[in-house]
Design a protein around this ligand. Structure first.
Ligand code: CA
Length: 227
């Protein structure tokens, strides 16, 4: 089980990392919001522990950006604040739990274990499908007709975005911002190249093509007969 901790207080962060590592977790510790956000976007974690008050990008904005990008990993908020509004805001943005500082490590560990257990029993949510294509978010595995397909991290993200929006046309600019976290207005070729590679892996060996080009608009993942 791999955890990400984003906490700007060095001492608190190290304390959590040490405790959670001793409890058997693999832990990445990041001390600022922006790097924390990039780690959460690009790597696969079973849980993110997110401090709310961070100097550059606060925990709320990180969580909102993650959920906007369809990142569904559980998030546990840590905060010194204890007002009802803050709690509600965190939970509304899609946090799974909330812990107010200062807290006992044993309580944090109990919450972490509960959240992870809750997540792992709900496997349906971690497997996205269309036709005979299956994408397993937890194990980072893609199969089509039960054949394993190896994707790069970017290809996986791209396919995840397409499958979450199956039947919808996704403009290149949206794909660029969601998968590359950048604005590719000047170079949409990057998207086309990535789609071509993904297509060769997902569609080339199969009769039913799932990735469709919608001329002048973008790309869409859909069943062949609904086009
Ligand atoms: Ca802080």
């Amino acid at each position: 089980m791999k955890l990400l901790i984003v906490e700007d207080e060095i001492k608190t962060g190290e304390y959590l990392r040490q405790g959670l590592t001793e409890a058997g977790f693999v832990v990445d510790l990041i001390h600022n919001g922006l790097d924390g956000y990039h780690h959460a976007m690009t790597e696969s974690y079973d849980l993110v522990i997110l401090d709310v008050m961070l100097p550059d990008l606060d925990g709320w904005r990180i969580l909102k950006s993650l959920r906007d990008a369809n990142k569904t990993m559980p998030v546990l908020f840590l905060t010194a604040r204890d007002s009802v509004e803050d709690r509600v805001k965190g939970l509304e943005l899609g946090a799974d739990d909330y812990l107010v500082k200062p807290f006992a490590f044993s309580e944090l560990l109990a919450r972490v274990r509960t959240i992870i257990r809750r997540g792992s029993t709900d496997t349906q949510q971690h497997i996205l499908t269309i036709a005979d294509l299956e994408l397993d978010l937890t194990r980072h595995r893609v199969t089509r007709s039960n054949q394993r397909i190896n994707l790069t991290a970017k290809e996986f993200l791209l396919l995840e975005l397409l499958i979450r929006h199956k039947g919808e046309v996704l403009p290149r600019s949206l794909i660029a911002s969601q998968v590359w976290d950048m604005n590719f207005d000047s170079d949409t070729n990057v998207i086309d190249v990535a789609i071509r590679r993904l297509r060769s892996k997902i569609d080339d060996n199969f009769e039913d093509k799932l990735i469709h080009t919608v001329r002048g608009m973008g790309y869409m993942l859909d069943l062949p007969d609904s086009i």
